[in-house]
Ligand binder design. Structure first.
Ligand code: IKT
Length: 385
């Protein structure tokens, strides 16, 4: 396969770590990256080290008091009704309002460099812009794949960004690391447009959904009938906490008494207070993670038989529990069994999100070059009937 030229939208924790991991993968060249204030494009390949150095602890943050100013003031779909998905894509819709989550995903409040510049504009490769996503779309003829490391707290933001690439006739791969089940339907609603344009969209390609969904699909091959899929993850995030504030905020929305809206509105102090109340350890059950619909879509099992939960310790780098995927089912010869896939406690969340995201990106490129367009989940890219 020829060299893959890819772009990253968003340089919070996930965007930056993906750039870093890509340096360890042959045949992958980062040619574009953007955040809400800036864009860096070099078709011969970005200087990833310089970009990482200048954006580490130095995230472009939108003003939280006026969150819509980068979005054209358009009302957003928080997805709370689970169905509303009518907001059209607009050219002004760059880096949606997110109550500050995008700003803090990679640790807002870090040291700013070059005077008041933050994020990509602090890099010598970065240029300021008010339309970062459109700037990348304008160059997309020379981009094979786009990784969407964008905030998830506006559910329709990623689907709308996909639509904008389709409207520009982008032909290539798009990969996201979204979490919530309801977003998959929003992407499916746009599948015809994506196909017409020649886009292979791989959705839910992080750890869960993503890596662990793929593992469940593989483990299910022993069975003719799958009864249950249990995903139980453990993450220790002491040193990675600053970089992953966005994902912690998203997780909080799954706790009893919280939802997307309340999590999005929480101040950093409120989040700290909540974490203190739990002594740094948050436990989640029955999370709305798209592993369920993605496994159902791929014909593995019913969505209602998939359960996702886990434990997050923000005060330790040790995983508080071992990450497992257990698939229970019946074999062709009538045995009932549970196949369990286990991650080593030594592999970090960063390794388990960004490595698979790039692996799925490459699988997407393989499919795209074979003319397979549309919306694919991780389980669709695994063996299966
Ligand atoms: C995600 O980013 O995919 C979800 C996060 C959990 C990651 C699990 C990683 C497991 C491991 O490294 O052992 C969380 C729900 N935000």
């Amino acid at each position: 396969m020829d060299d893959i030229r890819f772009a990253v939208l968003g340089t919070g924790g996930i965007g930056r770590r993906t750039l870093e991991v890509s340096q360890h993968k042959d045949g992958l060249t980062a040619v574009a990256a953007c955040d809400r204030n800036g864009v860096a494009i070099d078709h011969d390949g970005l200087d990833v080290d310089e970009l990482l150095e200048t954006t580490e602890g130095n995230i472009a943050s939108g003003p939280q008091s006026s969150p819509d100013q980068l979005s054209g003031g358009e009302p957003r779909d928080s997805g709370l009704d689970g169905a509303s998905d009518s907001t059209p894509a607009t050219p002004t819709d760059d880096f949606a309002s997110d109550g500050g989550a995008a700003a803090v995903e990679g640790g807002g409040g870090g040291v700013k460099q070059h005077g008041e510049q933050a994020g990509i504009v602090a890099s010598e490769q970065g240029d300021p812009t008010e339309t970062p996503i459109d700037d990348i779309i304008a160059e997309s003829d020379a981009i094979d794949a786009v990784l969407l490391a964008l905030p998830n707290l506006e559910h329709d933001f990623i689907p709308r960004v996909a639509e904008r690439f389709a409207e520009a006739d982008y032909e290539g791969v798009m990969v996201d690391v979204l979490k919530r089940s309801r977003v998959i339907g929003m992407l499916d609603n746009r599948e015809e447009k994506l196909k017409e344009s020649g886009i292979t969209f791989v959705c839910g390609a992080g750890a869960t959904p993503g890596f662990l969904t793929g593992a469940a699909a593989l483990a299910a091959q022993s069975f003719v009938e799958v009864e249950e899929v249990e995903i139980w993850w453990g993450v220790g995030l002491k040193s990675g906490y600053e970089d992953n504030r966005g994902t912690v905020r998203e997780d909080i929305a799954h706790l009893d008494g919280y939802d997307i809206e309340t999590a999005r509105e929480m101040s950093e102090d409120e989040i700290e207070a909540l974490i203190d109340e739990h002594d740094g350890v948050l436990e989640f059950h029955d999370m709305e993670h798209a592993d369920d619909v993605l496994l159902e879509r791929a014909g593995i099992c019913d969505a209602e038989d998939v359960h996702v939960g886990g434990v997050l310790d923000v005060r330790s780098d040790e995983k508080p529990t071992t990450t497992t995927v257990s698939v229970t089912g019946t074999t062709f010869d009538g045995e009932t069994g549970t196949n369990t896939f286990e991650l080593d406690d030594a592999t970090s969340m960063e390794a388990n999100v960004n490595g698979p995201a790039l692996g799925y990106l490459k699988a997407g490129v393989r499919n795209n070059r074979a003319g397979h367009y549309g919306v694919f989940g991780p389980a669709d890219l695994m063996p299966g009937f």
